[in-house]
Design a protein around this ligand. Structure first.
Ligand code: DI6
Ligand code: FE
Length: 407
């Protein structure tokens, strides 16, 4: 059988183990003497060398026993933004809280100002070093949210800039419209009016240009209520866009259950999630995207209900939440370590969280996230003896090669 490229002598973590395979090598789909073949940017075969058909390959790579995993997926980022918030970090070190800073006009609104001032070119240029840091660790798909424009022109500018990241780099970009991230000062005291603008003007404009793959909101005391968010979600679903939600990060607003009722791809953060929220997510198969970088940086002490999520069979994803205010983090490998150390996830859960379940959180489970025939050939090839090393080490980057769409 003809193929473009063949990787031999590889150990594979397909991340496609049978469900119910437990928590170890079976769940991660380990294959010791593995072979992977690609054609036209797709995986043609990934499995034991002994079972592979005879391939006629244009190019062959000897992996010398290295491990291949699916290319990593960072499924929740605010990587595009103007400026940074190092000064607010200093204020927090002196005792100010995130909410106090936000209510005093800092926080998301200070990044909004810097983002409005930046041109589309400048936004792209300032994000690229952060994007490059993630790619250097094997990231092949990146979700990018808007949410620092907070008016129609600037939200569109952010989403156009987000799409351009995917033209500037060999990387799949999934864009998320987060117009309902914070209340801009011109709408102070009137969140309902701002939400109406998001629904009646921004969302249709975003749809006309095909700029968003999903719609998100910040459902929080300092963000939008579950009722306000529900109006947006009804409009998004009506427009054919999937939804996801920043839910239960700082308090329990019952946002995750509301999101699940709208078939949300994911509910994210979830430190204050309750039993009813977990049950609703399990029923809707909504992914729980956990963001240990924000938990760490905010010195949060309340853990997301990991054991209950696991018990209920809610799929768990992990992401950087890369943003200037609560998670200035550009390492998905460090995020894996935090998932294990701070959130008590197993190695299998951590790795599924940045592959298979991250793909589900983006609605891309048929395209990416596992090493299976038919999926895009996005790979990370690692200089490691066992996949646990990806979770175990702090500050190491054992990436040997990154393959995107077979290249
Ligand atoms: N939750 C977060 O952690 C980020 N956005 C959100 O809704 C914070 C964004 C920021 O502070 O700039
Ligand atoms: Fe976020």
């Amino acid at each position: 059988m003809r193929c473009d490229r063949l990787w031999r002598n590889a150990r594979l973590a397909t991340m496609a183990g049978p469900s119910g395979a437990g928590d170890g090598s079976a769940a991660m789909g380990f294959i010791e003497d593995g072979l992977l073949a690609a054609r036209d940017g797709r995986i043609l075969y990934a499995g034991p060398a002994a079972d592979a058909p005879a391939f006629d390959a244009a190019e062959e790579v000897d992996c010398a026993g290295r491990w291949i995993t699916p290319g990593l997926i960072d499924c929740h980022t605010h990587i595009l933004h103007g400026g940074n918030r190092a000064h607010e970090f200093e204020l927090r070190l002196e005792g100010a809280s995130y909410e106090e800073i936000a209510r005093a006009g800092g926080g998301i609104v200070s990044t909004m100002r810097a983002t409005r001032e930046a041109s589309e070119d400048e936004l792209v240029a300032s994000a690229l070093p952060r994007v490059d840091a993630l790619m250097a660790e094997g990231v092949t798909t990146l979700e990018v949210k808007s949410g620092y424009g907070l008016d129609t022109a600037n939200e569109l500018k952010m989403l156009r800039a987000a799409r351009r990241l995917g033209a500037e780099r060999p990387l799949h970009i999934a864009t998320t419209f987060l117009g309902a991230h914070a209340l801009p000062p011109e709408y102070a005291g009137d969140a309902d009016a701002y939400m109406a603008l998001v629904i009646d003007e921004m969302l249709p404009a975003v749809q006309r240009e095909g700029l968003a793959d999903a719609v998100d909101a910040f459902c929080e005391g300092i963000g939008f209520s579950a009722g306000q968010t529900e109006r947006l979600f009804a409009a998004a679903v009506h427009a054919g866009l999937p939804v996801k939600l920043h839910a239960e990060q700082l308090s329990n607003q019952h946002g995750a259950a509301m999101a699940a009722r709208h078939g949300a791809l994911s509910a994210d953060h979830l430190e204050y999630l309750d039993e009813a929220g977990i049950a609703a997510m399990a029923q809707a198969e909504t992914v729980a995207t956990l963001l240990p970088g924000a938990f760490y940086f905010m010195r949060e002490t309340r853990l997301p209900p990991i054991a209950a999520l696991r018990e209920a069979g809610v799929p768990i994803a992990l992401a950087t939440d890369c943003n200037p205010g609560t998670s200035p983090l550009t390492s998905l490998l460090l995020t894996l370590n935090m998932g294990a150390t701070l959130f008590h996830l197993t190695v299998a859960e951590c790795l599924a969280g940045v592959t298979r379940n991250a793909a589900r959180a983006l609605g891309l489970a048929d395209e990416i996230g596992t090493l299976e025939a038919g999926k895009r050939c996005d790979l990370a090839i690692w200089d490691i003896e066992r996949p646990a090393e990806l979770v175990y080490r702090i500050g190491a980057n054992p990436l040997h090669a990154r393959i995107w769409s077979g290249q």
